[in-house]
Design a protein around this ligand. Structure first.
Ligand SMILES: [Zn+2]
Length: 414
């Protein structure tokens, strides 16, 4: 009697749990899946979404509590922008509504990206999941780095150098809760007085940063245009090279050997990235872009031929009216196709490769059972008409439909 009472109680509990979960089912029915792995499209399947995750991928049409009958339309993983500077709630929402469900923010001002990340995590703001580096660790930190870290006030007047000092700055960032570390291995491109071919932190200093970050299982991304800066950073064990404009073949070979990712930020180097304003720094950058873009395209072509993992990114802000605000991840995907990727490879660069780079492929970046339901729906086959990627009809973020501009087309039935 006692036993059967327990059995009955357990049955009731499991029944009610089953009822609750099925009550939350969202089904994308009759879809064609491009799963992010590079596998060919798979038609005639349904994605069953429960508790924010992909619960099942079933053959044929299915129904749930909410069913979207896609009539064969294409479902891709939500896009991953591997290098963006989303620093506000507005920008985060704009990124999400362009199809980006995850983004890495390597470089911050006044920790605004971190604040935006935490507002999204707290459910106060709609946006992609953000992984943030805080400010960039480089010889000249700048006021926007130092203001939230007044203990480093001396670096307003001094250059940051020496492995111990670099480690201390990295430690402070880790203690503040960053998701990764970004170091400057060569100077910035976008200022009239800087030279992108000049090295910043030394190999030893970057090695110290990599070691410190590793104590918390965090990766280091290196901003590097310069030949020597990039090579030192790769040898020092960074996870990724950002830009990589003037990298030589030896560095590329080393990246291949060590599994270092390349985040080339091609779109921002295109005429699209040309600043609108006429201030001196913007003009300097615009003129440089004419040289840098050509050099970078050659590097990316080689890297792709060598099989180096390349992740798509904007290096843009998704902001309102500033220089880089116009770039969307789709622009970079199209640039990657123009340097020799197939459309399918460019989709992988903007999904699975991004997740691998960020170390979160156990959660997102592919369409696979158990992963977060981060998905976008496209009207047509992007392998035949790539520009359809610019217009996601439905965007699902952690199982929540954040955009739905899809309606059954009466012509579908004919
Ligand atoms: Zn950047």
């Amino acid at each position: 009697m006692f036993r059967s009472a327990i059995w009955l109680a357990l049955t009731l509990v499991s029944l009610s749990v089953a009822d609750m979960t099925s009550a939350q089912d969202l089904v994308l029915s009759n879809a064609t899946i491009i799963d992010g792995t590079g596998a060919p499209p798979r038609a005639g399947v349904s994605i069953i979404i429960r508790n924010g995750k992909i619960a099942e991928i079933a053959e044929g049409a299915r129904t749930g509590d909410t069913t979207i009958d896609l009539k064969g339309r294409f479902v891709l993983p939500g896009l991953i922008d591997a290098h963006t500077h989303i620093l506000s709630a507005d920008a985060a929402e704009r990124a999400l509504l362009s199809g980006v469900t995850t983004a890495r923010v390597p470089g911050d001002r006044y920790l605004r990206g971190m604040g935006t990340r935490d507002l999204i995590r707290g459910g106060h703001v709609r946006g992609p999941e953000l992984l943030c580096a805080g400010g960039i660790v480089r010889p000249v930190l700048g006021e926007f780095f130092i203001l939230p870290f007044p203990e480093f006030g001396r670096y307003l007047n001094e250059r940051l150098s020496g492995s111990e000092n670099v480690s201390a700055v990295v430690r402070a960032l880790l203690d503040r809760g960053v998701d990764l570390i970004k170091v400057g291995a060569s100077e910035r491109a976008g200022l009239a007085t800087t030279d992108p071919r000049r090295q910043e932190l030394t190999e030893e200093e970057i090695e110290a940063a990599v070691r410190e970050a590793a104590t918390e299982g965090k990766f280091v991304a290196a901003h590097a245009h310069a030949e020597v800066g990039a090579e030192g950073a790769v040898r020092a064990g960074v996870r990724s090279i950002e830009h990589g404009t003037y990298m030589n073949d030896r560095t590329l070979a080393l990246m291949k050997e060590k599994g270092t990712y390349l985040v080339p930020t091609l779109a921002i180097m295109s005429p699209l990235g040309d600043p609108r304003t006429d201030d001196a720094n913007d003009i300097a950058l615009r003129i440089r872009t004419w040289h840098m873009q050509t050099a970078l395209r050659e590097v990316v072509k080689k890297a792709h031929r060598m099989g180096i993992a390349i992740a798509a990114s904007t290096d843009g802000s998704y902001g309102d009216g500033n220089d880089t605000a116009r770039v969307r991840l789709q622009h970079d995907m199209e640039e990657l196709v123009s340097i020799g990727m197939t459309p399918l490879e460019a989709i992988t660069a903007a999904t699975a490769t991004g997740a691998d780079l960020l170390g979160i492929s156990d959660r997102t970046g592919r369409i696979s059972v158990g992963l977060e339901a981060d998905l976008i729906v496209l009207d047509r086959d992007p392998l035949k008409d790539f520009r359809v990627i610019y217009e996601p009809l439905v965007i699902v973020n952690n199982g929540e439909v954040v955009l739905n501009r899809y309606y059954p087309n009466p012509y579908d039935e004919r």
